[in-house]
Design a protein around this ligand. Structure first.
Ligand SMILES: [Zn+2]
Ligand SMILES: [Zn+2]
Length: 100
């Protein structure tokens, strides 16, 4: 959900709760981001990100099966402790996901 809606007390999709702390969007991050189901600890603001594509290619060049790229609400990777990719999201660098 957009930060504005969260701030206005709109119920979240997952829990139907206003001001849900688990679903609190980050005001400076896109609402949805891209990540793989694989080992990467980064998430991306663009599906065309070089970091994302080259990671996939690296896996493929080693004979591996690149993990699927999935579009997720940004709260998901943040709650998993992942961080924004420095290639496509340098403006978001330095965000330390908090546990609360
Ligand atoms: Zn929620
Ligand atoms: Zn990226």
């Amino acid at each position: 959900m957009p930060y504005q809606e969260w701030k206005a007390g709109e119920p979240c999709e997952l829990h139907g709760q206003g001001w849900c702390s688990l679903c609190k969007p980050h005001p400076h991050l896109p609402e949805h981001v891209y990540m793989t189901n694989g080992w990467s600890a980064a998430f991306h603001s663009r599906v065309t990100c070089k970091g994302l594509v080259s990671g996939q290619n690296r896996v493929a060049s080693h004979g591996g099966d690149p993990a699927d790229v999935v579009r997720v609400a940004v709260s998901k990777p943040i709650s998993d402790g992942k961080f924004p990719c420095q290639i496509c999201s340098p403006q978001f660098g330095g965000i330390v996901p908090s546990a609360d």
